[in-house]
Design a protein around this ligand. Structure first.
Ligand SMILES: [Zn+2]
Length: 218
């Protein structure tokens, strides 16, 4: 284990660890959540919105652990060796000791994470709806977690290898062509193109925002 990683615990034969970059994300996210809640709920005390911010942030990382755990458990059921789950600056990553030997297995392992996040998002959406009449702490926390888990699903389904969507695409190409290296090359190329398109779209939007006099406002 590298010195930048902190081992948390071992469960179901999997080591759960956090990368030290994650601490920074946790602090920033808890702060921004506390700020958001203080704006949306001016009746809450300072202690109240800070505690809710920290607890929401913890629940978000538990959601990420569930997403990674889904990948790991399906991989293990398919006979792949599982080593660890690490939380880092961009979310979570599962360390699986071996690539899937068949496209169907790669598909199931890759799809398990987004599916788990969809279930978690739906669960929090139901809690949010069920408690909406009293607009309390639970309503606010559940609403935010339903949204963020949905964002996690959509982000992971972008067909940019090595995101889950890119792996799903590779498994499909692999299944169709029967050629693993070709499928990897094509999925990686699609991934690079997608990233470039996202980057161009972002740059274009910020350029437009900074030049309203040139393009006009819409
Ligand atoms: Zn995933």
């Amino acid at each position: 284990m590298s010195p930048s990683k902190l081992k948390l615990f071992r469960l179901l034969g999997i080591t759960f660890q956090i990368d030290l970059t994650w601490m920074l994300v946790f602090a920033l996210m808890a702060f921004s959540l506390a700020a958001q809640f203080s704006k949306e709920h001016p009746d809450w005390s300072v202690t109240h919105y800070w505690i809710v911010g920290i607890v929401t942030c913890l629940l978000f990382f538990v959601s990420i652990i569930f997403h990674e755990l889904a990948h790991c458990l399906v991989a293990r059921a398919a006979g792949l060796p599982i080593q660890s789950i690490t939380l880092f600056i961009l979310g979570g990553v599962s360390h699986i000791g071996k690539e899937a030997q068949r496209p169907g297995i790669e598909f199931l392992v890759s799809a398990a994470g987004p599916l788990a996040s969809t279930v978690i998002s739906a669960f929090f959406a139901v809690v949010h709806m069920a408690t909406r009449s009293n607009l309390g702490t639970v309503t606010a926390v559940a609403g935010w977690l339903a949204e963020i888990n949905l964002v996690l699903v959509l982000f992971n389904l972008i067909p940019a290898f090595p995101l889950d969507g890119g792996r799903i695409l590779r498994s499909a190409l692999w299944g169709v062509t029967g050629d693993f290296s070709k499928a990897t090359r094509v999925a990686s190329a699609v991934g690079r193109t997608t990233s470039v398109l996202f980057f161009l779209e972002e740059s274009y939007s910020s350029l437009r925002a900074s030049l309203p006099m040139v393009y006009g406002q819409d």
